[in-house]
Design a protein around this ligand. Sequence first.
Ligand code: NAP
Length: 296
Amino acid sequence: MRIGVIGLGNMGAGIAANLIKAGHEVTVYNRSRPKVDALAAQGAQAADTVADACGGDVVLTMLADDAAVAGVTFGDEGIIASSVSDTVHISSSTISVAMSQRLTEAHGAAGQKFVAAPVFGRPEAAAAAKLFVVAAGPAATVSAVTPVFDAIGQRTFVVAEDPSAANLVKLSGNFLIGSVIESLGEAMALVAKGGVDRHQYLDILTSTLFSAPVYKTYGGLIANEQFEPAGFAAPLGHKDIGLVLSAAEELRVPLPIASLLRDRFLRLLAEGGEQLDWSAISSLAAADAGTSDHSA
Ligand code: NAP
């Protein structure tokens, strides 16, 4: 397939590389040019503008947030203005339910196809083509772009014909991951202050009732206090908790733990944690326990 990839950050770079490896004809665009050149060296066509990445069968966006996706999609030089009617826009960024609905309506009004396909998995999983893809959109359109999902992930879940359902699933998942990070941070602060080795504690957890990847991945980062370089940066975690709260507000669903997480991220950012991984909110529990200054 001829695929444009817009957004070559921690996630998009690995996704684009795997699309190339799978034999697709890939054109890449990124706001800052060095990331484009890095992918060009791996066999991608370099695009100078968003429009230059929109001429193929698919244009996949993997951008930071709602504003970034809106910026490349709408307007005279954007994806909608630059795509042909057969081009499918796959939005893999973690964006709001409301933005996904806006994209669905705008592409529909332009006679174009839109699929939401947010992903689970950190940059290592993106690089290894081991993402989990949660896709939603018209069945025929999702089916047509399955080769894209096969090239970037280990499994695709098709959840609904309404694209925004995939975004709701993704946001709810990140809410759960954030809850695990906070809980692990609190539990580790407790046992560490009581004199238990954090690594041994993590081994006990993950060898018994808590063997899921989320405990292993984040438990390791928390036990090692390894918050840099950020695989998933704290501002993005803060964004996602805000988005899950917005979706919950719209649906009138109280999420008291998400409200707590929002304040944890706000504190981390207020104290200078912009560059840290989102798992650094765990250091706040250690600071509350008086065992760390969580020096951000
Ligand atoms: P990242 O490394 O910060 O990359 C962000 C990308 O968005 C870069 O290409 C950046 O361009 C671009 N961008 C940001 N603001 C922009 C704007 N206003 N206009 C145009 N481009 C803009 O982020 P990431 O970790 O790859 O995450 C990308 C998306 O995937 C996010 O929605 C995130 O929530 C989601 N996600 C991340 C992970 C993870 O573990 N990292 C996992 C699953 C999902 P520049 O290079 O020019 O800054």
